[in-house]
Write a protein that binds this ligand. Structure first.
Ligand code: NI
Length: 182
């Protein structure tokens, strides 16, 4: 497996992160290899999801790894490989905090549906339907947005700069907050 380079908005030409990705039509070994490499890259970056445009590929593909039971991540880790995904149904709304491997150093509060039904193809082209709730539903929506050229900051209620403190803790500093009059 190969770790791919993740494009970031700070270092790269963001055009590919900003345009709608193309439908996948060929379900061959090259696709399977790409999926393996994307999973490897996501793990390496300590992310929970990765979309193809983030590694410079203009294709409607993303991968997610998320435990069914967050209390027992090792035993219940689930891998999702989604090709040509679409949201079929969405319900509920909740604001939660997100990060993105293509926007390192930032976090964002984003309003997302709390339930989504996703239709997609698997690595063999077979159709699959996945129901996701809460945090997993949020990850699905974040990744599907990547395939439309939409980044979390576009939808954010609030963007934060993630500042690492000397003791290893992190502090979130709101970006674009009105300057306090003193
Ligand atoms: Ni992202």
């Amino acid at each position: 497996m190969t770790t791919l380079r993740i494009l970031t908005i700070w270092e790269d030409d963001v055009e590919i992160l900003r345009r709608p990705a193309q439908r996948v039509r060929t379900f061959d070994n090259r696709l399977h290899q790409l999926l393996e490499n994307m999973v490897e890259t996501m793990r390496d970056g300590k992310g929970v999801g990765l979309a193809a445009p983030q590694v410079g590929l203009d294709q409607r593909i993303f991968v997610i790894e998320y435990p069914e039971d967050p209390e027992r991540p090792e035993e219940t880790m689930q891998r999702y490989e989604m090709i040509n995904p679409e949201i079929v149904k969405a319900k509920g709304a909740e604001i939660g905090q997100e990060g993105c491997l293509s926007l390192p150093g930032l976090a964002a509060d984003v309003d997302r549906a709390t339930y989504v039904l996703i239709k997609a193809q698997d690595r063999y082209g077979k159709s699959q339907r996945i129901k996701a709730y809460d945090w997993l539903a949020r990850i699905f929506q974040h990744e599907i947005d990547h395939l439309a050229g939409v980044l979390m900051t576009d939808r954010a209620e609030q963007v934060y700069k993630v500042v690492e403190l000397e003791d290893g803790e992190v502090e979130l500093v709101p970006v674009g907050e009105a300057i306090q009059q003193g």
